[in-house]
Design a protein around this ligand. Sequence first.
Ligand SMILES: [Zn+2]
Ligand SMILES: [Zn+2]
Length: 669
Amino acid sequence: MSNFPVNKPVLVTCALPYANGKCHIGHLRTYVPGDIFVRALRKQGQEVTFISGSDAHGTPIVVNAEELGTTPTELVKKYHDHFYSIFKRMGVEFNNFGNTDSPANHARTNSIVEALIEKGYVYPQVTKQAYCPECKRFLPDRYVKGTCPHCGKPARGDECDQGCGKHLEPGEIRDAKCQICGHAAEYREQEHFFFRLSEFGDYLSGYLNILGGTTNAINYAKIWAKELKDWCITRNLEWGVRFPGHDELVVYVWVDAPIGYISFTEEWATRTGNDWEKYWKGDSRIIHFIGEDITYHHCIFWPAMLKGAGYTQPWAVVASGMLKIDDKKFSKSRGYVVWVDEDYLDHGFHPDLLRYYLASYTSHTKELNFSWQVFQDKVNNEVVGALGNFLHRTLHFTHKNFGKIPNGEVDSGIYEKIKSTTTSVISAFDEYEFKKATDEMMELAAFGNAYFQSKEPWKLVNADKEACGRVLKNCLQIGKALTLLFEPVLPGNMEKAWKQLGLPGDVHKAGFQDALVEIESVKIEAPEILFTRIEDKKIKEMEAILDKRIKIAMAKDNETQETGQFVTFDEFGKLDIRIGRITSAENIKGSDKLLKLEVDIGEKRQVVAGIAQSHSPGALVGKQVVLLANMKPAKLFGVESRGMILAADTDGVVLLEPEKEVREGTKIR
Ligand SMILES: [Zn+2]
Ligand SMILES: [Zn+2]
């Protein structure tokens, strides 16, 4: 039995793409199955609203805009338009594709945060926040880099993105450095606001037992729900949704981003005269499609926030596994990336083929590998060889010999086969098993091919034309069923196939149950070929593009490593190192490490040196030393220092001096 249709409003959402970079195949692993799922529900007569939009806030966008010399608003607009157009080209059709910087989202976020404050779920606390003394600013989230306290891998700001994937609270990251200038961060006290997540432990444990979706998400969340810490929900930033009553603070991006699901539903409802509250305040089914890397936010933070503020909590969370390219971990910086526009659509590949690949390669929760070779094999053997071949040979043979869909009844055995396939496909969709669903569909195409082959209509057409007509009628009924079943996966081509079969109305609006309605005897046109084989030459071309990108990334990486290791002659030449003579030395008030020195390098230089514990001022006067004369001036204990005395780094400090006395100011090369 299917979980659908239900007598409740159904809302399906896809995770919000972050408006800070281009769309790659990894993104589509969430959006394409989300779209397939929505189409499949509609085919079962279920009304569904399908929502997504751009995640516009957070520090990576601010940091990137700063580096590019543009504004966050401009940057967000650019990528918002980009994602919207790619989704459209890929046949992913949302009822609303919003933007979290919209007035509706600012308003809804304010209202939810105020509700949480009112109910006592938010409290202020003075905490230590990373601060860069060089840039003179606090370092929220991506402004700071360092080491993950849980697994020791390099981490950025609020998440351990190269290691264990854990969310990091402000102040948790180790060896914190400023992302902009590289200076070691200091910690300064500041008041922030916290959400009492720790109070939701019992609620979440119960909730996660009834939450639907995929087990990869829910099982992790169950472990996390046992050790909940309160959650800092404010940041020192200009860009974002203001925290109520505090103009210097915005809410953390993971507060206002999921609230986008609500505000985008509101925008859609306003536009179409619908009611958003039936989804978010009433008895509904909210289904979130996400990538498994954001499970924590969707299974822990988000339901707790909704529960606290009095909104309907998600019914299911469906998390897709990660993506590999040529069996290597997906990585933009290492070149293992396939861009949806420049590497796929712009080369003339049909969106349906990539949709099929993403749905059918492996189980939704497993790691998906993309390779051009496998893409070619799957398209040529399955889409062209099984489905395309069956539809075309049936239609071509029918048109040539009958010119119309023949009269006569469809065998009951054929109806049985269609019925059992449809049931299997629907139950696979219910379990978010897109591969199982497409495998069942392809199996029906293979059945059709075997049936056509075994009945030999090319012989029958001369021996017994009526019997031949009955065989074709059976094949055409299978063709109709395939067109309906495949529509969620291959919407563009199934629209064409529907017309070729002479079927009335719109394939996108027809239901799965129409597969059992006998195909009518109407005239048909000569069919055009729907799917063509992908040639080796084209695949070689695509592989060369990927190889080139990987090689460039590697060369760049080597270059960075080399420039890190070696100094060029020019770089050394920039150092102004001279022999100088110390002409005076005295202690600095308040410091037991520093001495104020005057060094003669042909001119007088005031230098502060950390040598008070190893050298007495009296013993230094008259000594020749080596001075880095163009060291950037700095103030130490209020005393200006314009140079650095060179010393050997050992126990105690050993000053360098020339082998024999030379003139003050002599350059060292
Ligand atoms: Zn800095
Ligand atoms: Zn980690």
